[in-house]
Design a binder for this molecule. Structure first.
Ligand code: IMP
Length: 204
């Protein structure tokens, strides 16, 4: 089975993606390969940030002979219509440097108070760099998107990030009220990973 590094420090993302790629590829976390530290994400697009995360890992492993077949990373943004598409690529630090998920939700609920247009979407871009004989290939990109609304208060305890205040279309519950396998089937990241899976199946 091919072995990939998922360039994230987010244990929730790791669990989601591991579940989706189970039986198809082996996924190594950064911790498992002994890489720690903050991965930079200073680009102004999701594509740019996902590429930056992959490149950060490649720079650290390229001189060591390893059996790794590829590195991938995702970057996600929450785009809210009434906020002109904000926070978008800046979703992680929406409420400021070193803010928590809770700080971000509080800021979102505040900015959205009284707004009647509550339409929003999550967009994920996955960057994949394949490696063969210690040589890296050009990056490939897989995008997923889910549309829904920003709720007026928190619902549910599952998931992470903005999950308690996002309700996807055709559902009557927030992402944080869903079992992980349901969220994975319909979410932005789930849809991007499905495209990655299609690619990996066609090319293995
Ligand atoms: P990242 O830069 O891809 O890690 O994500 C940017 C921000 O979006 C972070 O604050 C995450 O909490 C949030 N985010 C990413 N994915 C999800 C998700 O599946 N549900 C809720 N929030 C998410």
């Amino acid at each position: 089975m091919k072995e990939f590094i998922f360039a994230t420090n987010n244990k929730h993302k790791l669990q989601e993606v591991r579940e989706m790629l189970d039986g198809l590829v082996i996924i190594h976390s950064l911790a498992e390969i002994g890489l720690d530290g903050d991965i930079p994400e200073t680009a102004d697009t999701l594509e740019g940030n996902s590429t930056q995360k992959v490149q950060w890992v490649w720079d650290r492993i390229k001189d060591s002979k390893s059996n790794i077949d590829g590195i991938f990373a995702d970057d996600t943004g929450l785009e809210v219509e009434a906020l002109g598409g904000r926070p978008g690529v800046y979703s992680a630090r929406y409420a400021g440097e070193h803010c928590t998920f809770d700080d971000n939700i509080n800021k979102m609920l505040g900015e959205m108070e009284g707004k009647t247009n509550r339409r929003a979407c999550f967009r994920t871009v996955i960057c994949l760099m394949e490696i063969s004989d210690n040589t890296n290939s050009a990056a490939k990109y897989f995008e997923g998107r889910v549309d829904g609304v920003i709720l007026t208060e928190r619902y549910g305890k599952e998931g992470f990030g903005y999950d308690p205040i996002f309700m996807p279309d055709r559902f009557a519950v927030s992402f944080a009220e869903m079992p992980l396998e349901v969220k994975n089937r319909i979410s932005h990241r789930g849809r991007a990973v499905a495209k990655l899976v299609e690619y990996l199946k066609a090319n293995s």
